[in-house]
Structures are given as C-alpha cells and as structure tokens.
Design a binder for this molecule. Structure first.
Ligand SMILES: C[C@H](O)[C@H](O)[C@H]1CNC2=NC(N)=NC(=O)C2=N1
Length: 101
C-alpha cells in the first residue's frame, strides 16, 4: 500500500456502495443502516479493530441503527489505496450483518 492519491471518480467505479464526499476535500462516504443499535455497534467494533491494525482510521458517526462513514487519507490529503482497502473490508463486514441499505 502506498500513499499515492487516487482519482475519486475512478476509485468509485470499483466501490458501488460509496459516493464522493460533497465537501472540502477528496474523500469517499457510505451510510449504512443496520437492524438495530446492537448490530451497528458490533459492526463499528469490527471496523475499529481493523482500522487500528491498519493504522488507518475512519471519520464516522453513529445514531441508533445508522453509521455514516467518511474515508480519506489525512497524510496524503486525498483518497489512497488504504481507503480502498478499508472500504472493501467495511463492505464485506456489512454484507453479512443485516445491513438494510
Ligand atoms: C501517525 C499515524 O500513523 C498517522 O497519523 C495515521 C493514523 N491514522 C490515519 N487515518 C487516516 N484516515 N489517515 C491518515 O493519514 C492516518 N494517519
């Protein structure tokens, strides 16, 4: 994995559940809705452990069954392979956890 900045539009072609962040800097976002708070927080725990292992951390928030996630690489001021790797892990983790959207 490198800290090379990727083109956001190109990157999103391989990440259909993700959108370009509409804001101040290059980033990708996904909002997930789970069955309930327990499922949402269980998902966040799994992602948190992987993020810490990768030393690459999401910007996110949780309200009850909903988790909003923004991925960007602060050290590169943009989206990198690290964000793609974490996004794929997030998609895989969510797929088996009763995600409603
Ligand atoms: C010192 C440490 O490796 C860095 O601050 C890491 C920590 N987690 C990080 N997370 C994210 N999303 N981007 C970074 O550039 C980053 N850098």
């Amino acid at each position: 994995m490198t800290d090379t900045r990727l083109d956001v539009a190109e990157t999103l072609k391989d990440l259909p559940a993700w959108r370009a962040h509409d804001g101040d800097r290059p980033a990708i976002t996904r909002t997930l809705t789970f069955a309930d708070f327990n499922a949402a927080f269980g998902f966040m725990t799994r992602v948190a452990l992987m993020a810490d292992k990768m030393d690459h951390h999401p910007e996110w928030s949780n309200v009850y069954d909903r988790v909003e996630i923004l991925l960007t690489t602060h050290d590169a001021d943009g989206v990198t392979d690290k964000d793609v790797t974490l996004a794929r892990f997030i998609d895989d983790a969510a797929a088996g956890m009763g995600v409603k959207s």
